[in-house]
Design a protein around this ligand. Structure first.
Ligand SMILES: C[S@@+](CC[C@H](N)C(=O)[O-])C[C@H]1O[C@@H](n2cnc3c(N)ncnc32)[C@H](O)[C@@H]1O
Length: 293
């Protein structure tokens, strides 16, 4: 064991050696103290290694019922801890319109927390290398980045009415923006700054809940979509029996629009889509509503 005083003396001697040099006695003292320090460090490390229990991991199929329960409890606890962290970041960042430093942090985290949802939804898009794609409410720009990997001669556009989101999306997609493969524009879904029938694919992930006038905004989406084009509305919450308590709390807190399946279908048909399909994810509250113009 090396005391605090001894460590302070080691540092003092090291400083003196650099500045004015050490006497013979001080050199001897420094050597002794350093040896004592190394010995203490080694014995501490050995004690730690001795305490490590090595366990052979057996295949999950051989777990006892008690072990399965233990693992399930641990996973649930980790999931809840992660969700609690997400919750406080989301509260500070304003998901309706990300603002300030907290908004920046929130959309960075959403790039991760929406990763699986987005990947699942993108599996319903049939990409072509010359697609012209629009992402509405693009947030941190992760979906744009993933879609850009699928496109060669085509083009991507992101819109978001939050300057913080626009900046973050541009940063994440710097090369694509610089090479003009992608544009990211500050605009609201209610007034999209595009001619009619420009895009053959449009996606919106976790954004429709906040649109100011969903029915009118859908018409605006429809307007900029090409005939035969595909629109996908993706959300991790939709109205149905058994919606979890956390989702219900968020709906209330953030005043989210929350449609059920029949309402989505009616919305898409009333907006003009000639074909619709609803995709639901097993074990989650995820929904991807697909409309073909
Ligand atoms: C919860 S974030 C989701 C961001 C991103 N799509 C994702 O999945 O991580 C919602 C985004 O929608 C944007 N948004 C909300 N209402 C909008 C509107 N009326 N027009 C454009 N963007 C909007 C917000 O600014 C925010 O960036």
């Amino acid at each position: 064991m090396v005391t605090k005083e001894q460590i302070a003396r080691i540092n003092e001697l090291a400083r003196k050696k650099k500045t004015s040099g050490l006497t013979q006695a001080e050199t001897e003292e420094q050597k002794k103290l350093r040896n004592a320090y190394v010995a203490a460090f080694k014995s501490n490390l050995k004690a730690q290694l001795d305490n490590i229990e090595l366990v052979d991991r057996k295949p999950e199929s051989e777990y006892t019922e008690a072990e399965k329960k233990h693992v399930a409890n641990l996973s649930q606890k980790l999931k809840e801890e992660y969700q609690d962290k997400e919750k406080s970041v989301t509260e500070a960042g304003n998901p309706r319109k990300p603002t300030g430093e907290a908004g920046k942090e929130m959309i960075h985290r959403m790039n991760e927390s929406h990763f699986d949802l987005t990947g699942w939804a993108l599996s319903f898009m049939h990409f072509h290398e010359d697609d012209h794609i629009l992402d509405i409410g693009c947030g941190g720009g992760s979906a744009l980045k993933r879609m850009a990997e699928q496109i060669k001669t085509g083009h991507l556009t992101g819109v978001d009415y939050s300057p913080v989101s626009v900046k973050a999306s541009k940063e994440l997609n710097k090369t694509a923006v610089e090479t003009e493969k992608m544009d990211i524009i500050e605009a609201s879904v209610s007034d999209l700054p595009f001619e009619d029938q420009v895009f053959n694919k449009i996606i919106t992930v976790e954004s429709y809940y906040f649109w100011p006038n969903l029915e009118e905004d859908m018409k605006e989406v429809f307007r900029v979509l090409k005939p035969g084009g595909q629109f996908m509305l993706v959300a991790e919450i939709y109205q149905h029996d058994g919606l979890n308590a956390r989702a219900l709390e968020n709906i209330k807190k953030y005043e989210l629009r929350n449609l059920d399946i029949a309402e989505f279908e009616a919305l898409f048909i009333e907006s003009g889509f000639k074909e619709t399909a609803i995709h639901l994810k097993d074990g989650e509250d995820w929904i991807c509503v697909e409309g073909i113009k």
